[in-house]
Design a binder for this molecule. Structure first.
Ligand code: SAH
Length: 216
């Protein structure tokens, strides 16, 4: 690809983000900085700059870039934040978060995805991401509490252990609903006295599944 063609693709990519409602300049800058191509492999890599989800290993998907942007924007990450992502997948969402937060912990139930994402983070010199394999629905009690928690797989309800690991004043973003239907993206604010829930938009994610994946 020529430099001109690459610049054109990048411009279209940024335009698609803006036109779908990603307006937070810090999020746009992070998404301009982090190239999506290294997170997409094989025959799909030439579609890395399309605003579509794409298949990755282990039957999972890398999310649609505008959905990554909208979820990141909804999370309102601050520079000193410690963020937990459940559902590393390709690692793309975690890489975007790494530009905005102090530290990002990301966990996936597929060891292979974690291994591959870690290699991309190392190649890109993203030193503030800690990758772990395991069932993220129990969170990371050792590192809790978190300022921000993002779940990138659909849960039937926001998992209790994760709500418990959110700081007072913290924010969680999670797709809620059955995995075979359209889900709702929910934003949860933890207050002094409880949790406030806000429905943001319809989304479609692969399901949050219990346990470490057997194939990993
Ligand atoms: N954020 C990813 C996309 C996530 S796809 C990206 O940027 O590419 C959803 C991921 O959630 C899958 O990789 C799946 O393996 C993972 N997942 C599902 N249930 C999980 C669980 N209980 N704990 C950790 N990861 C889980």
């Amino acid at each position: 690809m020529t430099d001109n063609a690459a610049a054109e693709l990048k411009m279209q990519f940024m335009f698609a983000l803006r036109s779908k409602g990603v307006t937070d300049q810090r999020v746009l800058t992070a998404m301009e900085t982090i190239d999506r191509a290294p997170f997409v492999r094989g025959i799909f890599s030439e579609r890395a700059y399309d605003d579509t989800p794409l298949p990755i290993a282990c039957g999972q998907t890398i999310s649609q870039p505008s959905v990554v942007g909208l979820m990141t924007q909804a999370l309102d990450v601050q520079p000193r934040d410690k963020v937990l992502e459940v559902g590393t997948g390709s690692g793309y969402q975690a890489a975007i978060l790494s530009q905005l937060a102090r530290r990002v912990y990301t966990i996936d139930r597929h060891r292979r995805l974690v291994r591959e994402a870690r290699a991309v983070f190392e190649a890109m010199d993203l030193a503030n991401i800690t990758t772990l394999s395991g069932d993220g629905s129990f969170g990371l009690p050792d590192q809790a509490p978190f300022d921000r928690i993002i779940i990138t797989a659909a849960a039937e309800d926001p998992p209790g252990p994760l709500l418990a690991q959110l700081k007072v004043g913290g924010i969680m973003v999670v797709p809620v609903g059955q995995s075979d239907a359209v889900q709702s993206l929910i934003r949860v604010h933890r207050t002094e006295t409880g949790f406030d829930y806000e429905e943001l938009r319809p989304v479609r994610f692969v399901p949050l599944i219990e346990g470490l994946a057997p194939d990993s």
